[in-house]
Design a protein around this ligand. Structure first.
Ligand code: BTN
Length: 256
C-alpha cells in the first residue's frame, strides 16, 4: 500500500522539516531528484521520497536495496551554516534511532559514523552529499533509508540487514515512523546548534567504542582500538604502537 501523506502531515510538529514533500512512486534515486530540487531553490527541509528506487545508492558506491511500498527512502534538503554541516551525520542516525524507539519500543544502536543497527544488523543507512559554494554550504542532501516492512530475511541482504518487521514480528506504520523521524530531526538540528548534548547522545549509542576495529578510509586501512570520538564526531583510533589518529569518515568492521 502507498504511503498516506495526509497521515504524515497530521503527525508533524515541525516548523520546516517535511513541510514540503515531493512524493514519487518510483525513481532512480531520491538523491538525484533532490539535487534537481535543490538546484531549483527548494526550501530547506524539503523531503523527496519514493516508494521504490531503481538505483538506490549507499556509501562507497554500493547499492541500497529499495523494494516498492515497504520501506522509507527519502532525501532531506538542508542548507546549514558551514560550521553545522558535520552535525548532520550525527543528527540523522540519532533521529532514526529515537523515532524507531518511540514507535516500536525497540532499542537501536549506531555503528560509527551513521549506520543504525538493531541486534547487530543494519536497519538504516545514511548518505550525505554536499554542494559547497566558496566558504558556504549551497545545500546538503541527507539521504535516509530505513527498512520498515521489508521481508529482509528472504532478501539478498538477509545476513547483514534487518527491518522493523523482522524485529517486531509484524508490520508497522510507515507514516508514524516517518513523522516521528522528521519531528526528531528538526528538534536535534536546533539543539545541535546550541551545544554538545546531541553529540553526547549520539556517542552514548555508538556500538563501536571500546572495540578492536579495522577502518577503511580514502583507500587506506587502519587497525586499532576505537577509543572515543572527538567534538566533531571524528573517531579516535588507538594504534598498536600507542599513537592515535582522528578519522573523519570511513567504514568500520569489527576485528575478530
Ligand atoms: C549506506 O548505508 O550506505 C547509505 C544508504 C542510504 C540510502 C538512502 S535511501 C534514500 C536515499 N537515496 C539513495 O539513493 N540513497 C539514500
Amino acid at each position: 500500500m502507498w504511503l498516506d501523506l495526509r497521515t504524515v502531515e497530521t503527525r508533524l510538529n515541525t516548523q520546516f522539516v517535511g513541510r514540503r514533500v515531493v512524493y514519487l512512486t518510483s525513481t532512480s534515486s531520491t538523491q538525484d531528484v533532490a539535487r534537481g530540487e535543490a538546484e531549483s531553490d527548494a526550501p530547506s527541509g524539503t523531503v523527496v521520497m519514493a516508494e521504490e528506487q531503481l538505483s538506490g545508492r549507499g556509501r562507497f558506491g554500493r547499492a541500497w536495496v529499495s523494494p516498492s511500498g515497504k520501506n522509507l527512502y527519502f532525501t532531506l534538503i538542508m542548507r546549514p551554516p558551514l560550521h553545522q554541516l558535520r552535525s548532520l551525520s550525527i543528527i540523522a542516525p540519532l533521529a532514526v534511532a529515537l523515532a524507531v524507539e518511540k514507535c516500536t519500543g525497540i532499542s537501536a544502536r549506531i555503528k560509527w559514523p551513521n549506520d543504525v543497527l538493531i541486534n547487530g544488523r543494519k536497519l538504516s543507512g545514511i548518505l550525505i552529499e554536499t554542494e559547497l559554494s566558496e566558504q558556504s554550504v549551497k545545500y546538503a542532501l541527507v539521504g535516509i533509508g530505513v527498512n520498515v516492512n521489508f521481508d529482509v530475511e528472504v532478501s539478498e541482504v538477509a545476513d547483514i540487514a534487518t527491518s522493523v518487521k523482522r524485529e517486531l514480528g509484524h508490520e508497522t506504520s510507515r507514516e508514524e515512523l516517518l513523522a516521528a523521524l522528521l519531528n526528531q530531526f528538526e528538534v536535534l538540528y536546533e539543539k545541535a546548534a546550541r551545544g554538545r548534548e546531541v553529540l553526547r547522545e549520539w556517542r552514548s549509542r555508538l556500538a563501536t567504542l571500546g572495540c578492536e576495529i579495522k577502518v577503511t578510509f580514502g583507500g587506506h586501512v587502519e587497525d586499532g582500538l576505537a577509543e572515543d570520538v572527538d567534538a566533531d564526531g571524528n573517531l579516535i583510533l588507538l594504534r598498536a604502537d600507542g599513537s592515535r589518529v582522528a578519522i573523519e569518515a570511513g567504514e568500520v568492521t569489527l576485528r575478530s
